[in-house]
Design a protein. Structure first.
Length: 265
């Protein structure tokens, strides 16, 4: 079974944002109130978190998530990383270390910014008193496994120097983070029709480092998933407006949206 929970569905400012408030979002629609983006993925009982937003503590509490098998990082922007300290509670609950996976530049930055969390020769694993996060470097198009789940990183372009998406079980689930373009080789890693694709829609018109709705939908057409959820929404993206602009198989994310798909192709 595939289960995906959108713990937070917002971009870096959240909705409402401190500066612009609700902007184009209807404040009367609770689906427009957004924490920053973290996504929980469970495949046949294997529990994986993608990114650790600054709102992670409340996101995990909302869903009563107390156990993880791995954490995947897409890139090092603060809205995707700076809840990493909250993973210490997962260590303490389970009295065990926790593996995280990221590109080489991202691992280097995590070790620099959050050195006190990293288990290595100087900081051995001790879930209560000492750091207990174990770094694993991954590279685009080179698959790895977490408890039998095959995960293939793919390269996302023109957002930041190193940004990754992830393909689960050759395409059962595909998770795209921020991008303007996607490497051609990435599409070759999707070897079956995805049951679910998560794609970012930061603004409808797009930005220098973010794809527009039209550009996102071109990627969607090429991947051809059965279902699409648009995530990472700013206060320029009203839920009902985005929903009206997209086909029936596509919907905007909202905090705590849960998708369950039983069985495999």
């Amino acid at each position: 079974m595939l289960k995906v929970v959108y713990l937070g569905s917002g971009a870096a400012p959240g909705v409402p944002s401190l500066g612009a408030g609700w902007l184009y979002c209807n404040p009367d629609n609770p689906k427009n109130r957004r924490r920053r983006t973290s996504t929980y993925v469970e495949i046949d009982g294997v529990k994986i978190l993608i990114d650790t937003s600054p709102d992670l503590r409340l996101e995990l509490i909302d869903q009563n998530i107390r156990d993880l098998d791995a954490v995947l990082y897409t890139h090092m922007h603060a809205d995707h990383l700076h809840g990493i300290d909250d993973l210490r509670e997962i260590n303490r609950i389970n009295l065990n270390s926790l593996n995280f996976y990221a590109g080489p530049q991202s691992v280097k930055l995590i070790k620099k910014r959050f050195d006190y969390l990293i288990a290595d020769g100087k900081n051995p694993n001790n879930a209560i008193r000492k750091p207990s996060l174990v770094a694993n470097i991954v590279k685009p198009n080179h698959p790895f496994e977490v408890k039998g789940v095959k995960i293939t990183p793919i390269k996302l372009l023109e957002h930041c120097p190193e940004c990754l998406g992830y393909v689960f079980n050759d395409g059962e689930y595909v998770h795209l983070a921020d991008f303007k373009k996607i490497a051609g080789s990435a599409f070759k890693m999707i070897k079956r029709r995805p049951e679910l694709l998560t794609a970012p829609l930061t603004t409808i018109k797009g930005e220098v480092q973010h794809a527009s709705l039209d550009e996102v939908m071109e990627v969607v057409k090429r991947i051809n998933p059965r279902k699409v959820v648009l995530n990472h929404l700013t206060n320029e993206c009203d839920y009902d407006n985005v929903n009206a602009l997209t086909p029936d198989y596509c919907e905007p994310a909202y905090d705590n949206l849960q998708i369950e798909i039983k069985g495999k192709e």
